[in-house]
Design a protein around this ligand. Structure first.
Ligand SMILES: [Zn+2]
Length: 252
């Protein structure tokens, strides 16, 4: 079910308890020399739409949110962002009318690293008022970590930024937007996790040209296989979230 293609009457009929409301959250930020700024929106929106196609009766898909929290990309330019506080509040305010309308299962499906912290804070802010709602959030690459890593040839076994995985996925979804003459090895970047410690630096400090990993090893075939595997995994996890018991408010 696609929220923006339905009427108020149709939406009134939707089962509030057995439907998973999915809000894809993406971004619009620089993606190195070879990839479009809309990369995360293309990938995350594409995955979400394919998941909805597989789970038409149980998933209620909202339109993909294209602004994200991307201040750490601003030094490279080509980036639109919301302040962290604004973004967190935006997520809360987008979800609140749906929660007040009775929907009991929500998934923020994320496609951008900078959104991870604020999406969790948003759910933390909503949870005290909605303890009876299953409030969940995940990046597609954390749900489908194995499905992605197993298909990477480079040593950088992680979904980074305009990397082997992201480049392959866009080569599959929008090949016309990838500049293949600019694909290069970008493994010489600074990890933001070192020795179990999160190191907070912007993308100009961490990368030579704004991206990470081995986009030079990307291919549309790899992207197609990865996309199918990720969609299958996200759909399966969506099913788990629908089967999960709903939380009960508990005040010891
Ligand atoms: Zn991003």
């Amino acid at each position: 079910m696609k929220f923006q293609e339905m009427t108020s009457g149709q939406l009134r009929q939707v089962d509030r308890e057995q439907t998973l409301v999915v809000l894809p959250i993406a971004a619009c930020e620089q993606h190195g020399p070879h990839m479009p700024t809309g990369t995360d929106t293309i990938i995350c929106g594409g995955i979400a739409e394919a998941v909805e196609q597989r789970c038409r009766d149980s998933v209620l898909l909202l339109p993909t949110l294209w602004p994200g929290a991307s201040h750490h990309h601003l030094p490279w330019g080509a980036t639109v962002t919301l302040e962290l506080e604004t973004y967190t509040t935006l997520l809360c305010q987008l979800l609140k009318p749906l929660l007040d309308d009775g929907y009991r299962r929500v998934l923020l499906l994320n496609g951008h690293g900078g959104n991870i912290d604020p999406m969790r804070v948003a759910l933390r802010r909503l949870q005290p008022d909605y303890p009876h709602v299953l409030l969940t959030a995940a990046s597609y690459w954390s749900i489908a970590e194995k499905e992605i890593i197993d298909r990477l040839d480079g040593s950088d076994k992680i979904l980074g930024h305009a990397c082997e995985a992201e480049t392959s996925l866009v080569m599959h979804l929008r090949p016309d937007l990838v500049h293949i003459d600019d694909l290069e090895d970008a493994t010489d970047y600074l990890r933001d996790m070192q020795h179990g410690v999160f190191i907070c630096q912007d993308m100009a400090q961490r990368t030579r040209r704004g991206h990470t990993g081995r986009p030079d090893l990307a291919s549309p075939e790899k992207g197609a296989a990865m996309f199918e595997a990720v969609v299958a995994r996200v759909a399966a996890v969506g099913g788990e979230l629908i089967a999960m018991p709903l939380p009960e408010p508990r005040r010891p």
